[in-house]
Design a protein around this ligand. Structure first.
Ligand code: ADP
Length: 471
């Protein structure tokens, strides 16, 4: 079975969040189970592409409206990711340093999707399944079925995975003329509320859609940034498949990004050694419990509550606990956190920016990981935390609801219901109490590290879905 994944993020080529982690792992685990899986993504001018070697496997030209665009398809030479990786380069469009936030984003992603299909068609490559990830490639299920240029793919099954339904790729109808030619009377498949909405298009046109947890799927029927009715109407072709974690990269026993490796049997000493290293570097007291937050500063993540939560925690536990915040995003949130830093010099560390190594070090060194999310399609942070024996303190939502069980229910974490700083602080209060009791902490860590969230199980569920579609 030949499955081609399409995505604009993939770790370690280009990562902003969980989408990259999933796309960087799933094809490898599918291949381990016998699927011929590969990935096509845009070329970025970044460390990975500067360091790796590539073969030029194809070149072509197509028209975006009246504008001729020439693309190259570059294949990474060694399959270093564990699967064939193809990058599409278009000078001045798909060759930039950043992934998002360019003013011509619509042109970029339309060109990427157009080039993918053009390359596959011209080179007679017929996959069994095209598996699209998030709205940037949401037009593909429409184009394969309804574009006059690409109807050779009309029988190819398309799977669309919703990693985040908040972002939908809206574009004005004046972009309609730069799409590959399509049967114009089918414009309604592209439209949602007077705009071209690639996420809505994908849900309407794909053969199956998946979400990255079951909890998130049912939430999307209630609230999906305007698309809830669509998700509900199309529920017959939906499946929730929780993400896995790539244990070749996220495992404290072999992680090369942390100062001291450990496993379940040595978790107490191991985590303490990692905590010593990080507290020394950031001038914190190593004898205190350490709570971390790692993630985007966005309302979705509840990051706007962080300042209030930190104040409430220190009201109760001043001088008894350290907090580490690693993240970037909304400037207002960043400003609130900077002010906190000056108020709690000795017990708060802050790193503004993206730092993969520091994230690994924090999962290893922390006692607790806070996730006060408003929306959480799956959440990978809590899965990494559990693998590293770090106790998640999470809001009961989406994938967090599916993967974290509260200690009061014989679980291994702390769960709170509402998006509310007081509720989060109360949950942290319980968690700090547990962490100060060596026996309970040990029990929680053992339970956490016994869990298995590796990709094998989730990858088999995708294979089941592919097989159903191909029957
Ligand atoms: P989302 O994709 O919504 O941001 P996920 O929980 O699915 O959230 O994935 C987040 C991923 O991004 C995790 O691998 C996490 O460790 C990583 N991450 C988020 N912010 C940072 C940061 N500032 N530095 C390093 N890694 C980060």
């Amino acid at each position: 079975m030949k499955v081609i994944h399409l995505s604009v993020e993939c770790f370690p080529v280009a990562k902003v969040g969980g989408l990259a982690d999933v796309v960087g792992a799933l094809p490898k685990y599918l291949r381990n189970l016998g699927v011929d899986a590969s990935l096509i993504m845009p070329f970025y001018d970044r460390k990975f592409t500067q360091e790796q070697e590539f073969d030029l496997v194809a070149e072509g030209t197509f028209f975006q409206g009246s504008n001729p665009l020439t693309y190259e398809v570059l294949k990474e030479k060694t399959d270093i990711l564990g699967f064939p990786l193809y990058l599409i380069r278009i000078v001045n469009l798909l060759d930039r340093a950043e992934i998002y936030c360019y003013p011509d984003e619509a042109e970029q992603w339309i060109a990427f999707q157009h080039a993918c299909l053009h390359y596959l068609k011209v080179n007679n490559i017929q996959p069994d399944i095209i598996h699209c990830h998030d709205h940037h490639v949401g037009l593909i299920p429409f184009l394969t079925k309804h574009s006059t240029e690409f109807n050779v793919f009309a029988s190819v099954k398309t799977v669309f995975t919703v990693h985040n339904g908040q972002y939908q790729g809206w574009m004005n109808w004046n972009k309609g003329i730069i799409l590959p030619g399509f049967d114009t009377w089918k414009w309604g498949l592209l439209d949602w509320g007077g705009l071209i909405n690639p996420l809505a298009t994908a849900i309407k046109c794909c053969d199956a859609y998946t979400t990255v947890s079951e909890g998130y799927l049912t939430e999307l029927y209630q609230e999906a940034n305007g698309l809830q009715d669509l998700f509900f109407d199309e529920r017959g072709k939906s499946t929730g498949i929780v993400n896995g974690i790539d244990v070749a990269y996220w495992d404290p026993a072999i992680d090369r990004l942390i100062p001291s490796n450990y496993q379940k049997e040595t978790v107490e000493e191991g985590k303490y050694r990692n905590k010593l290293a990080i507290t020394k570097e950031y001038q914190l007291d190593p004898e205190l419990p350490l709570i971390s937050y790692i993630g985007r500063f966005a309302a979705e993540k509840g990051a706007d509550l962080l300042a209030e939560i930190v104040n409430l925690v220190y009201d109760q536990h001043d001088g008894q606990v350290n907090i580490f915040i690693l993240g970037s995003g909304d400037e207002l949130i960043q400003e609130q956190i900077s002010q906190l830093k000056s108020a709690y010099q000795k017990h708060l560390a802050v790193y503004f920016g993206y730092n993969e190594q520091l994230a690994h070090q924090l999962y290893a060194a922390s006692d607790m990981l806070l996730m006060p999310s408003r929306v959480e399609p799956c959440g990978l942070n809590q899965l990494y935390a559990l693998k590293y024996g770090t106790i998640p303190v999470v809001r009961k939502i989406g994938g967090l609801k599916d993967t974290v069980i509260d200690l009061s229910e014989d679980g291994y974490g702390f769960v709170f219901d509402e998006v509310d700083a007081r509720e989060a602080a109360l949950a942290l209060d319980r968690a700090i109490g547990a962490c100060l009791n060596k026996d309970i902490l040990k029990l929680l860590r053992q339970r956490a590290m016994e869990l298995d969230f590796s990709w094998d199980r989730s990858a088999s569920k995708y294979i089941e879905l592919y097989n159903q579609l191909l029957k």
